[in-house]
Write a protein that binds this ligand. Structure first.
Ligand code: NAD
Length: 249
């Protein structure tokens, strides 16, 4: 289907994992895609693959984030969808006993401050247009806790979830929808790196997933395309769990 025909979509973290799969899905559904990412090589390749534009951006930098959304608008004439998805997972032990302030702050900057900056930049265009769909990537851990003592990561994703709910309510009457995507564990480089450093963690995690496997990025992309499209026109401020049943187990 071409549910996103005529829509301009900005995707942060679009060079890899969930963002890359979503870029492909968005393009297949007719959207014009603008990829913002720190990784220039992978970002250029992704943009070429989907026939879109790449803008190098560090999502923690206000000016660079504004430049990303303004470039999308200046090039294509609107900003209809913002998939604010770039994020990191702390590479090592993220318990409160071992996480020092600089590491904590870095995770808040990349995962939470970035979403604040991207929402502000996107909303400037969407409010003027009187329409738009924002999807912020949180995580199932924002709802449930991680069960693996991830203090900085879980806090950052809780912030993303709360902010998405707040904005969903605030902008509902202006034709702008804001929803939080809460993935369960997804088979991406982010997860593979975590498991490579701690192989037992994969097995521990699998026990808690009722469907008995990790998600593939394409399964998240399908959910994001739904949230981006008018098929989800009555959804805003929602906590959209795509978690293989984890939250019900
Ligand atoms: P990934 O590592 O495959 O992709 C993340 C992308 O974000 C990369 O292309 C990276 O270059 C980019 N990025 C990182 N820091 C950046 C910065 N400062 N500025 C610009 N770009 C930056 O990861 P993924 O698994 O696809 O994760 C995407 C999102 O989904 C993240 O927010 C992550 O926390 C979240 N998430 C992932 C899982 C999972 O199991 N993989 C589960 C729940 C939530």
């Amino acid at each position: 289907t071409q549910r996103l025909a005529g829509k301009v979509a900005v995707i942060t973290g679009g060079a890899s994992g969930i963002g890359l799969a979503t870029a492909k899905r968005f393009a297949a559904e007719g959207a014009t895609v603008v990829i913002g990412d720190l990784d220039e090589t992978a970002g250029q390749a992704a943009a070429a693959l989907v026939g879109g534009l790449f803008v190098k951006v560090n999502v923690t930098d206000q000016e660079e984030v504004n430049h990303l959304f303004d470039t999308a608008f200046d090039t294509y004439g609107s900003v209809d969808v913002a998939f604010n998805n770039a994020g990191i997972s702390p590479p090592n032990d993220d318990s409160i006993e071992t996480t020092e302030l600089p590491a904590w702050q870095n995770v808040q900057d990349v995962n939470l401050k970035s979403v604040y900056l991207c929402c502000r930049a996107a909303l400037r265009h969407m409010v003027r247009q009187g329409s738009g769909s924002i999807i912020n990537t949180a995580s199932f851990v924002a709802v449930l806790g991680s069960a693996t003592s991830q203090i900085s990561y879980t806090a950052s994703k809780g912030g993303v979830l709360a902010m998405s709910r707040e904005l969903g309510v605030q902008f509902a009457r202006q034709g702008i929808r804001v929803n939080a995507l809460c993935p369960g564990p997804v088979n991406t480089p982010l997860l593979q790196e975590l498991f490579a450093k701690d192989p037992a963690r994969a097995a521990r995690r699998l026990v808690h997933i009722p469907v008995g496997r990790f998600a593939e990025p394409e399964e998240l992309a399908a959910a994001v395309a739904f949230l981006a499209s008018d098929d989800s026109s009555f959804m805003t401020g929602s906590t959209f769990l795509v978690d293989g049943g984890i939250s019900s187990a």
